[in-house]
Design a binder for this molecule. Sequence first.
Ligand code: ADP
Ligand code: MG
Length: 341
Amino acid sequence: MARFGLFSNDVGIDLGTANTLIWQKGKGIVLNEPSIVAFDRTTKHIIAIGHEAQEMVGRTHREIKTIRPLKDGVIADFEIAEGMLRAFIRKLSASWQPARRMVICVPSGITEVEKRAVRDSAEHAGAKEVHLIAEPMAAAIGVGLDVHEPVGNMIVDIGGGTTEIAVIALSGIVADESIRIAGDELTTSIVNYFKRQHNMLIGDRTAEIIKVNVGSAYPLDEELVIEVKGRDLVSGIPKSIEVGSDEIREALNENITVIVDAVLNLLEKTPPELSADIFDRGIILTGGGALLKGLDQRLQRETKLPVHVADDPLTAVARGTGKVLEDLSAYSSVLIKSKRY
Ligand code: ADP
Ligand code: MG
């Protein structure tokens, strides 16, 4: 603490499947990078993380492998995830000291074993005190909701690997649903669509660019066109075609329907008093997936509720984690109670 004057080494971490964001106490968001690691296949030695590792994706040679250690929202590769976390924290400052306190977000559906793994990783990365918070709770705090109120709010956080849907009231999660259909699956469905409909192989990064630029979940006021380059599956030769946003919407539709159904499902399971609150307040969308064009309109049509996209949805969870870190005593009731072994 003393060494940095106003700043401490306490950090809040949104360890997302797609992006890792770190909030440093007194400073705000100090790191925002893809959750990607490039490592040596044989030694498991980490070669690059974040943006630098992302540049290597799809361009590595036999000795190097790039992975996203959190893929489905939980730690898929423990050793690599821990190395990534440690490397990110070390990146924050040249005169690095171990973070004393860490507040880390985890998916709401996480098991005890998975919680243990996150805690252990944080401790190995230098934390003396680790607090866990459920992602939708952090998202709710991040968008400015008063989560302590005896009023129900519904949050839908669409990340890379998981969509987390939760009803929050009185500092707790009343009902939740977590599905493994989110941004990654939407991207994959575009790759598959091009194979099927256009006999064309496109890369994941191309598919993501298509999704972000012309992807939609509801008819657009003005439909868009994009030029797509890839490899012809029959001739093997590179080719380029133009496709419309209506086609991409068709490609995304099946997975969008799964997300919408999960929301409807949770609405059905919500206690009536809270349903009444949600009827008045609507649904709040966070996470990168909230930026998909027309997703709010689609959800609005199917749920008949008001739907709001959070401001800066990609940082909502990190901002919420930050608020909790800045005032741990005020937010102690929203933290996940730890089981001691
Ligand atoms: P996580 O919390 O799992 O790390 P994020 O909340 O950072 O995930 O969101 C990442 C996902 O959001 C990715 O799948 C990315 O493709 C998607 N995404 C980002 N921007 C957009 C956009 N404008 N339209 C649609 N999807 C987007
Ligand atoms: Mg997230």
